[in-house]
Design a protein around this ligand. Structure first.
Ligand code: UGA
Length: 427
């Protein structure tokens, strides 16, 4: 099948690479010429495990083509994926990239194609997209919604092994074609209206942060009652109706999706005169986790961090990505600097991005170098390599043996045995 993908961001590149790997001929059109040039040479604009190999392989087999020109991608494509960004400002979704992309697709559409909206867009906008298309093309087309559920850092795996494929269309031939296109991947299928598909995406990206903020609230209570949040949420998650995932307490959620989509859903609800109070509390709780963590750090540092050297381990918003959008590290660093601390910031891959967002810190890729002479180690993002640190060595390097574990990954007993002062979140 011939496919076109509009937008070479996370969603676009992974979608393109995976369908190419499954035997489709995929042309990716991207307006950023610099990015296209690099991609043609197999260079990926961000860190995503497994994606570079997949792209290199399919570039070579010519199943994957990158171009800046819509006229090279659109004519002849049977399915066209719109994978451009939908940023929000105070919760208001900016659809200008989607509409621009749709216009360019329409101008180059010569024969029937299915336009699939993968970008996260407010429910019910497909009729507007159709109208826009009609203004610029005489060719026949259908518009469907197939939301994306991949996680950064696990994007390739998620796309090959989705939990579910949601197909938002009411037209038989469209549903048939899209089911056929996805036959190479496992997971449950749900066929529904486009508006439902779009709302499934927002509801999912709002429900998962709700679980996280709930776990974080329980963590605060655990501290009060002398319970351990890891044990508590393990027990809670054993109930299949609740599920064990996304109950990890810690510094809260960041990234390009949860904060944006929670804000967008609150805003969309408000426009419909509904006050989405649960989600407002989810946002508030997420912000409060930073205060909680800072409070814990100050406490473990003897009530004062002024003039102290504090090392943040993990800057990316989560492990296995270089993405710094809404990363908790930005807020932690800023708060500590405001309290007069000297911040050292450490990450295996995110430093080029982090340098733009965290000012006045020193950056390190090696945690042991960063920890020399430090007053506290602050675990903010749980990269695999930070889980297996040599704490006996670290104890000798640090000025004061303090560990503040923002993701509850360390073994308290072991650290205390080695002579560390340890504080987690809710344990
Ligand atoms: C999220 C969703 O998980 C994907 O299904 C969705 O497709 C994607 O958004 C999107 O809309 O594009 P992602 O933002 O890549 O994926 O990252 P997650 O793995 O979901 O983690 C988000 C944040 O939640 C991270 O900051 C992580 O540290 C935090 N988190 C996660 C917790 O604090 N506790 C947990 O138990 C799990």
């Amino acid at each position: 099948m011939n496919l076109a993908v509009v937008g070479a961001g996370y969603v676009g590149l992974v979608t393109a690479a995976v369908f190419a790997e499954m035997g489709c001929r995929v042309t990716v059109v991207e307006i950023n010429g610099e990015r296209v040039k690099k991609l043609q040479e197999g260079e990926i604009p961000f860190y995503e495990p497994g994606l570079d190999g997949l792209i290199a392989k399919n570039l070579q087999s010519k199943n994957l083509i990158f171009t800046q020109n819509y006229d090279k991608a659109i004519p002849g494509a049977e399915v066209i994926f719109i994978c451009v960004g939908t940023p929000t400002k105070n919760g208001r979704v900016d659809l200008s990239f989607v509409y621009e992309a749709v216009k360019s697709v329409a101008r180059n559409l010569k024969s029937y194609a299915i336009l699939v909206i993968k970008s996260t867009v407010p429910p019910g906008i497909n009729s507007k997209i159709e109208k826009k298309m009609r203004r610029f093309t005489r060719a026949e087309f259908d518009v469907a919604s197939v939301p994306e559920f991949l996680r950064e850092g696990k994007a390739v795996w998620d796309t090959f092994h989705p939990y579910r494929v949601v197909i938002g269309s009411v037209k038989k031939k469209v549903i048939h074609k899209l089911l056929q296109l996805h036959r190479g991947v496992p997971g449950k299928r749900l066929v529904c209206t486009p508006a439902s598909a779009q709302l499934i995406k927002y509801a999912s990206n709002a429900f998962l942060p709700t679980k996280i903020s709930f776990a974080n609230s329980i963590a605060v209570l655990c501290d009060e009652f002398g319970a351990d949040v890891e044990e508590v949420m393990k027990g809670v998650g054993m109930d299949k109706r609740i599920g064990a995932e996304f109950l990890g307490a810690g510094l809260g959620y960041g990234g390009s999706c949860f904060p944006k989509d929670v804000a967008a859903l609150i805003h969309l609800a408000k426009r419909s005169k509904y006050n989405f109070e649960i989600l407002k509390a989810v946002e508030k709780t997420n912000k409060k986790q930073i205060d909680y963590f800072i409070g814990r750090t100050v406490g473990l540092c003897g009530g004062e961090v002024k003039g102290k050297v504090l090392v943040i381990l993990g800057l990316a918003f989560k492990p296995d990505t270089s993405d710094m959008r809404e990363a908790r590290s930005i807020y932690v660093a800023e708060r500590l600097q405001n309290l007069g601390a000297e911040v050292r910031a450490c990450d295996p891959v995110a430093i080029p991005e982090a340098e733009k967002l965290i000012k006045g810190a020193r950056f390190f890729t090696d945690p042991y170098t960063a920890l020399r002479g430090a007053d506290a180690l602050l675990l903010v993002t749980e990269w695999g390599e930070y889980k297996t640190l040599d704490f006996a060595r670290i104890k000798k390097l640090m000025k004061a043996p303090v560990v503040v574990d923002g993701r509850n990954i360390y073994n308290r007993k072991q650290l205390v045995r080695l002579g560390f002062k340890y504080g987690g979140v809710g344990r």
